[in-house]
Design a binder for this molecule. Sequence first.
Ligand code: ACM
Ligand code: ZN
Length: 778
Amino acid sequence: MKPFSKLNCLGLAFAGILATSCTEQPTAVADYQIVPMPLEMTTPQQNGFLLKSGETIYYTAGNEKMKKNAEFLASFIKEQTGIDLKVQEGDEESGIVLKLGLEANSPEAYRMTVDGKKVVIAAPSEAGVFYGIQTLRKSVSVHEGGGAIELPAVEINDSPRFSYRGMMLDVGRHMFTVDEIKTYIDMLALHNINRFHWHLSEDQGWRIEIKKYPKLTEIGSKRDETVIGRNSGEYDGKPYGGFYTQEQAKEIVAYAAERYITVIPEIDLPGHMQAALAAYPELGCTGGPYKVWTMWGVSDNVLCAGNDQTIQFIKDVLSEIIDIFPSKYIHVGGDECPKDKWKTCPKCQARIKALGIKSDSKHSKEEYLQSYVIGEAEKFLNEHGRNIIGWDEILEGGLAPNATVMSWRGEAGGIEAARQKHNVIMTPNTYLYFDYYQAKDTENEPLAIGGYLPMDRVYSYEPMPAELTPEEQKYITGVQANVWTEYMPTFAQVQYMTLPRMAALCETQWSTPDKKKDYAGFLKRTARLTKIYQLKGWNYATHIFDVNVKIEPNQETGKLDVNAYTIDDAPVYYTLDGTEPTTASLKYENGLSIDKTCVLRMAAIRPEGTSRITCDSISFCKSTAKPITMLQPINKAYEYNGAITLVDGMTGNRNYKTGRWIAFYGNDMEAVIDLKEATEISSMTLHTCVEKGDWIFDARGISVEVSDDNQTIKQVASETYPVMKETDPNQVYEHTLTFTPVKARYVKVKALSEKSIPAWHGGKGKTGYLFVDEIILN
Ligand code: ACM
Ligand code: ZN
């Protein structure tokens, strides 16, 4: 044993003794495996740089932005390590040097070189230097005590994949303080994000001061109360409101600009305008009166497109918006604008006539009328040197000439817009809606809008659609995630929903696809990043530290195979009786087989504490883990692991997107289960998940047939069900058929889907979805 080990040294440093001699020795080593993963990295075999207090950061003389960059670096290092660095003008041969002049394809590129004498971050622009600083700061990570840190020798050449890297925040449904918005911007900066899309107007609140229309904030920023839960019909009775003054908005713009983030404001029009109509009812088709909306959803009270005053209102508002926000791009919304009121409004219909608008096979007259409104907004902004961004509905009725399309309803809108040679920002709700749940056990999550986008799903997103030609792909210029805040009353909850999914997003935005092949490596890098979240006091979600449990039927053994892992190979303990695992419980080593009904709970138990405990209720029956064949196709969008989902011993919960349910659309569920030998059965149970608002209905009938040879088949029981009523609840339905015991090897189970949605529903006459899980034979 060495007489004076590093451990000894650390202990003494902590005690505050011999601090100077100790700080000469590195107490930690930086790690360049960060998020987002840099493009190229080489590690020469030579001495690294010792980062310690007293070193100087040099920056380009006379350049205020570079000075600010140097100050940022010094403050990050001080905050994360306690090391004090000086900041000084100049370009030295030793120390930490920030400089311009690098030639690269992107202004945001940078090169970071580390050797025994110095650390150099060079870039074509100040923004590139800023990203180099983020890389250095993330490589250094968090260490207490102010001891020196070794930076191994390296050359990193890095550059972003997409020039537009965005995050949206909705402040209409709930708003956050100026300081919280600044924290959000700090979060974006840490993830190399360069666009803050600020959604400023909603049915439930208008949030930006417009001097020409003072009632927008006097009236439109306040709602009387807020609905409880998901439009429960009950209200909290508490007035809610607030707005940002133009001065505050400018302060945020400046704060973001220092961090190389452009604030893109959104005034959502012509829909999502009920709060504005509450202030200026004359801008609506009926003239009101209107109230700032107190529930969630899409209001059908929208701006009247036939009223000249409305068009003037749009121009006036945008005129003040462009004075506050220097962004080249202004978001004008365009999403979810119901056209019901326009259909019966004399002014709107007169406008349609005056413009000579006709409906055709592609679009209704009212859809063309929306394009007229968006086109007016675009004309005004183009005349003032700005361009518009709109949600993908702006495709309906034809795109305004210079519009950028934000594709949110999946990627179809983005693909279509790219084919029409329009720039596209991909922000699909199938991957990048951070208001969706991030975990399956929604009972243990804060209430969210629905959906299911766990970390691996977000990380799997590839924004470049394979069906586009390379020429068309050039129009995909950006990627963004969205945070809608109906169910996020506090900023802590915004952080919980965005972190660490923002890490997965940022790697998609920044890194090349080949860097994204190693998900396990990404999780390890993200775990290191969370140390900075923790230091900053950001309320991040910790699911990545939980035990990842995979339970799969093994049709050969007839058992369920359990595989579990943690990102850091932490010790995992489990129980099978539903009790909480502790270090006294069974220790998980290398796989596990289950062949009986049980409740499996697993936890990673680390020195710093116990992870959240997983819980899987497994119910074993005669069909569990038996071979199953589908005779009719599973709907591709909800296929997940396919037919075996129906015999995996687990039943899905109310969330139909967790992968525990599979769906059928336009055909029935028809499966044959091979019990492998003649087996006596006398009942069959199957479950359906109903969510009528999403066009998901209960089965119209179920049946069981049996066969000894899978050829001659005999029905043993069946039942039919009436069409669903509007009042039937959305829930998991259990259907059971019991019959005289019969012995057979093959069992065919059928569940009939709803082929014609009933008349009381918005999807009247169309096809409904059928979601089915566990088929239980006993
Ligand atoms: C949206 O999610 N309504 C753009
Ligand atoms: Zn109208």
